[in-house]
Design a protein around this ligand. Structure first.
Ligand SMILES: [Zn+2]
Length: 265
């Protein structure tokens, strides 16, 4: 590529002559001439539009890439594709959830830097806690961070399944648990609804211990406050787990009326 002959171009918008910046040649033949862009309003506008269109294409491509990566991560974590619909940036803010969404954004943007190691989203049933949790999952996936998801109501069933003689089911449950424990972020949905027995208690305590030992992020939704949740455990266990959770998590309460399909009712 080299510059050659000087030929003035004509601006297609205002008709004024433009300086040749560069003529691209191949085997002595000019195949492309680049003129200094005209500074008239129409020419500048058209250049800006072309740049914007290029940016739009790039951001759509990136969005598709993120979505397909998120889809894989959701599948691996055992979440349905429909759970992908919520994005943190698109959640409708109101008096009841603005602070929770802000904390979720801090957590996703590298919460450790802000001293956030865990987020405890507390509030009544149906007020949008899980929506925020799933938006965190999507955000983490977009940032190539692996998250594990557990719905507390399923813990007991999983434990029973893992002790059956059904080899396939057993190995699937074990794979899920190992995926969960190796994730960067632990998402625990509706903590407190699980059946209280020594087996479920011990699994949940294991999860919290692993989170602390391996510096994981934890995000919990629960109808209970941390204190109320810990009171569900008997004796010393409750106190031990309280100390850990309280040190790890900031609490945000989401109240208000029922949240259905991304809006308050
Ligand atoms: Zn012009």
């Amino acid at each position: 590529m080299e510059t050659s002959e000087k030929i003035d171009g004509i601006c297609p918008y205002c008709g004024s002559a433009q300086k040749l910046l560069q003529a691209l040649t191949f085997q002595g033949q000019v195949f492309k001439r680049i003129w200094k862009p005209c500074t008239c309003e129409a020419s500048v506008k058209s250049l800006q539009e072309a740049e914007q269109a290029e940016k739009d294409i790039e951001s759509k491509r990136r969005e598709r890439e993120i979505l397909s990566e998120a889809r894989i991560k959701f599948r691996e974590a055992g979440l349905p594709e429909t759970a992908l619909n919520r994005k943190l940036a698109n959640l409708q803010h109101d008096d009841h959830n603005t602070e929770a969404i802000r904390k979720a954004e801090l957590l996703c943007g590298g919460g450790f830097a802000f001293g956030i190691k865990g987020l405890w989203l507390q509030g009544p049933v149906g007020t949008g806690k899980t929506t925020v949790l799933l938006a965190i999952a999507r955000e983490m996936a977009a940032r190539s961070r692996r998250f594990g998801y557990v719905y507390a109501g399923q813990v007991q069933r999983s434990l029973i399944a893992s002790s059956t003689a059904d080899w396939e089911l057993k190995s699937e449950i074990e794979r899920r648990l190992s995926y969960f424990l190796n994730a960067d972020v632990y998402l625990l949905d509706d903590l407190g609804v699980e059946t209280r027995n020594p087996a479920t208690d011990s699994l949940i305590l294991d999860i919290f211990n692993t989170a602390i030992d391996r510096h994981k992020f934890v995000c919990v939704t629960s109808n209970y406050t941390i204190r109320e949740y810990c009171n569900l455990y008997e004796g010393m266990t409750g106190q031990r787990i309280y100390r850990r959770l309280a040190a790890m998590c900031v609490t945000e309460t989401i109240g208000g009326t029922m949240w259905i399909d991304g809006a308050r009712t």
